[in-house]
Design a protein around this ligand. Sequence first.
Ligand code: TUI
Length: 314
Amino acid sequence: MIVSPICEMLGIRYPLFQGGMAWIADGKLAAAVSEGGGLGIVAAGNAPAEVVREQIRIARSLTNKPFGVNIMLMSPYADEVAQVAAEEKVAVVTTGAGNPGKYMAMWKDAGIKVIPVVASVAMAKRMERLGASALIAEGGESGGHVGELTTMVLVPLICDATSLPVLAAGGIADGRGVAAAFMLGACGVQMGTRFLSAEECNIHPAYKEKILKANDLSTTVTGKRLGHPVRSLRTPFARAYTQAEYGGMPDEELEKLGQGALRKAVQEGDAEHGCFLAGQIAAMVNQVQPAAEIVKDVMDGAEPYLKGAAAWVR
Ligand code: TUI
């Protein structure tokens, strides 16, 4: 069994987090991952605070194990959701798509471990100074809002630049990915895309089907012009968005084009107008399984690679 400092810090069996996927990662999925020995995470996304509170309570009703909440910092409700996380005293808060500096003291006072997702060395150092307990270094292979750097480059740079435990995210969906993350200096991983195929993952069946069918070239990045690059499946929506982006559509119209597209993918499976967020590793996701089985398969799968690594040393 693989055990790392992050397991002891959080009281979890495996050093594996489920990514905080907006519209997708609800209390049921988070509880299933935590029951399986990983760290499940309820995603706030753009949801109002009371909706997030409800999902936290659902997770709590389904598991006694620790779980986290992901605060998407671009949300119009970020302030209220940050407050709810503190009130509910969740075990862990992860953050994405911005700088959580103004909330750190409140969360730490509530006894919460704060683990920001970072996509650059500068942000990693800033988060260490502000008292983060660990960091998630997310490479641009991941789905959703992405930074510039790959996981391969970002993880060792952040391990060198800070003394915090680092979890690797982006492009990891099996034991080889976990073993590679450890080789880069990480002491754990976060996976999002692999959990899209979990039985407990409540996305539209058409979304799941697209993930199962995805190949190596199935994802693309849109939204660079507005400063919010997002990785999603190549679909009619992604093509239309790219055309608008490079065809000179005004910024406000482009913003409007994207509105509601995540919900249309997750709830309606709308193949035309939905934005199906997914990481490059969707190509490796081929099977629907219970979340707990995914956690175990991935972590057990890493062991022979980590043990076997010594074979290269003479
Ligand atoms: O946050 C994510 N992934 C996401 S958020 C999301 S919801 C959304 N929907 C539509 C458009 C945009 C977002 C979907 N996927 N991953 C974590 C992550 N955080 N990746 C990169 C960053 C990041 C970026 C900038 C973290 C900090 C940061 O700092 C900027 C600053 O303030 O200096």
